[in-house]
Design a binder for this molecule. Structure first.
Ligand SMILES: [Fe+2]
Length: 389
């Protein structure tokens, strides 16, 4: 996280005695990245964060297997057709993934149990609905269009307010704002398409009581359920630069060029082996002879996973792509606008259209994406041939 934050009660100096009203000591815990050499926070617990009383193996849910994208094809998945099951953790339906990132879809109205992903950060994009994110750091009320970034190891749960649909991006490392948006000390620079004011983090402690409280823990080895002697939501205060936060796609400030700008202008986050981009409503390119949709392109080092979340994506009109669709355009294949789309947008501009309403979340990976059972269950198998019709 790029900037320092303090919530609740903390002692004046770090690593000094900090006492509860009954005279006992609060238990200090450091959550830190990269072996004490990167961002961290200090959390002050009412109880020992180390006190577990039981550990249970948990069977890995079926449907977590990936298959290579063979024969190599551009793909179209209709997430609208996927039925919900479980909650926002156990109900994730794997769409695609590789050793760096797993991309899943979930739809549910059920609260999750407490969960800790020890393999990497998560970025959960709320496509539709409202959901309260609760954690040891406090709560965030998330809504449609929010990216909720959850640091590795954060104990949390998701409590939907009615039906909610999300895309879960699970990294095998840390998800951060792009380095080029930040000063050498981590402040967002003026050219960045968002800044600190756009990030919503917990504002107050979240305290809960309980004994022998189960927490589902995900590790590289599989799933375990650890039972904590006391409820993990017992943090009276914390400070530091590592914490969960939400960023809403509506707060992304698109960069517009005279002629067509490539996807890096839409970049929102970076993770090891992938980037996340936000395509938002914006003015169209304004050169008098511009072609204001993408040119045919082959980004030879990337697979491109595009989740269409709103508006009208004119470059794809006629392909069957709709809100809720995911397209996967893999390396090894050149993709571009649908036939006739260039002529159609030039005609629209000539009739006075000056904006695009498209809204999409894109994950570009630098290693090939394999296909999950969720993708194969909702695939539009004619998509690959739509450019040749
Ligand atoms: Fe593309």
């Amino acid at each position: 996280m790029p900037y320092y934050r303090v919530v609740g009660e903390i002692p004046r100096k770090r690593h000094v005695q900090f006492r509860r009203p009954d005279g006992g000591l609060y238990a200090e815990e450091l959550m830190g990245e990269e072996g004490f050499s990167s961002d961290s926070s200090l959390l002050y617990h009412r109880h020992l964060p180390t006190a577990i009383v039981k550990a249970e193996a948990v069977t890995q849910p079926a449907g977590a297997r990936l298959e290579p994208n063979l024969p190599l094809s551009p793909r179209h998945f209709r997430t609208q057709e996927l039925a919900g099951a479980g909650d926002l953790v156990t109900g994730r339906i794997l769409l695609a993934g590789n050793g760096d990132v797993r991309l899943s879809y979930a739809t549910t109205d059920q609260p999750s149990e407490l969960y800790r992903n020890s393999m990497g950060d998560e970025c959960v994009y709320v496509q539709r609905g409202r959901v309260r994110f609760e954690s040891t750091y406090g709560a965030i009320d998330a809504r449609e269009g929010d990216y909720v970034v959850v640091p590795t190891g954060t104990i949390h749960r998701w409590v939907p307010d009615g039906q909610v649909n999300v895309l879960a991006i699970e990294a095998a490392g840390h998800i951060r704002p792009p380095r080029r948006y930040l000063s050498q000390y981590g402040q967002f620079l003026e050219h960045a398409p968002y800044c600190e004011r756009d990030l919503r983090a917990p504002a107050e402690p979240l305290l809960a009581e309980g004994e022998e409280v189960p927490v589902l823990v995900r590790t590289r080895g599989g799933l375990t359920r650890l039972f904590y002697r006391n409820h993990p939501f017992d943090v009276v205060g914390w400070d530091g630069c590592l914490y969960p936060y939400a960023f809403n796609i509506e707060d992304f400030e698109p960069v517009v060029k005279k002629t067509h700008a490539p996807p890096p202008v839409h970049q929102t986050f970076e993770g090891p082996g992938f980037v996340v981009c936000s395509f938002c409503p914006r003015p169209l390119d304004f050169h008098p002879e511009s072609v204001p949709i993408p040119y045919n392109h082959h980004n030879v080092d990337s697979d491109e996973f595009m989740f269409y979340v709103g508006g009208d994506y004119s470059a794809r009109r006629g392909s069957g792509i709709d809100v809720g669709s995911v397209s996967l355009h893999p390396a090894g294949f050149t993709h571009g606008p649908q036939p006739g789309a260039v002529e159609a947008v030039i005609d629209a501009v000539s009739r006075g259209v000056t904006t695009t309403s498209e809204m999409a979340v894109m994950v570009d990976t630098f290693r090939p994406l394999d296909l999950g059972p969720g993708a194969l269950a909702c695939e539009d198998t004619d998509y690959a041939w739509t450019w040749a019709r």
